[in-house]
Design a protein around this ligand. Sequence first.
Ligand code: NAD
Ligand code: DAU
Length: 328
Amino acid sequence: MRILVTGGAGFIGSHFVRRLAATGVDVVVLDKLTYSGNPANLEDVPHEFHQGDIADPEAVARAGAGAGAVVNFAAETHVDRSILAAGEFITTDVVGTHVLLEWARQTGARFVQVSTDEVYGDVADGASREDDPLRPSSPYAASKAGGDLQVLAYVRTYGVNASITRGSNTYGPNQYPEKLIPLFVTNALEGEPLPVYGDGRQTRDWLHAADHCAGIELVLREGAPGEVYNVGGGEELENGEVTRRILELTGRDESLVRHVEDRPGHDRRYSLDTSKLAALGWSPEQRFAEGLADTVAWYRDNRAWWEPLKSGEYRAYYEAQYAARLGS
Ligand code: NAD
Ligand code: DAU
């Protein structure tokens, strides 16, 4: 079956395209190539590429011709950017999802929406289950929740064959250096400061990109329509601990750490109950200690991938985000 992967030039999407292509699946990618979309992520991976916007019905129809399924990774994804300006998040994550759903409704294609644990909001105790209420805190999380609700409505009203995955914080090679791990690893390699928000005691549940993609593929093949599946690594760590491990792996010391002004609306903790996906046969294979060491090694060995990214648009974003916080 031909499979349409939207956002396939981004971080997790490109891991997914690589995974499908390795088993001989006919993959077509639709990607707008925003700042985080990078054709280099798909070098040497057999696929058909269309540059275009998921919010553009004609672009979706062109790229989707002949596809029997779509896996939607395309999104604006960075919480801090959504706090600076949320408009694109609504256009892509809500309107774009709606356009893809219309295409699936018309063609009868299977649909998988790649969503996030952030839609549940802060979890003080225990772990989020798939039927918990949605309490998004950031404009990003709210836009992803809006996409999820569109998906569930299209299943109920039109019988679209759609499922949703909600993944936890994902890491690995090819992640744009604005998120915690690639930002801190590349800054540490450069001897630049590591801006830890607030007290650094916020907790995230870390999931390797390979495990995340395995979960999404299983849901594509065996997930039931209208069902949501949590995909979590099961390794909860405070940001301060992740920072300490990155310093150790890069041979740097605590002097690079700067405790800076906190993120507005910052969720303290996420945690996922993954028993529903486990019942389909999924479990994460990568331990965080090894996965992080491999990831640091990848950034150390692939400066040609990330050094050019840390200029131009990135610099402007970095200044807007961190200048006041770092007092520079
Ligand atoms: P990313 O920012 O690396 O990639 C997003 C991709 O989508 C880019 O290639 C970009 O060019 C493309 N894109 C953006 N707007 C588009 C549009 N309008 N039309 C077509 N393409 C567009 O993001 P990522 O971290 O790989 O996240 C992929 C998906 O996984 C997102 O839906 C995100 O919400 C979800 N997710 C991410 C994480 C994580 O920790 N990174 C965890 C759970 C879920
Ligand atoms: O939980 C899944 C989500 O994980 C995905 O849906 C999002 O697309 C992805 O961006 C990620 O969101 P987070 O906000 O959790 O990830 P981020 O890497 O931005 O931040 C992780 C934690 O680290 C968070 O508590 C904020 C903190 N942080 C982040 C940055 C960029 C810092 O302390 N300093 C920083 O400079």
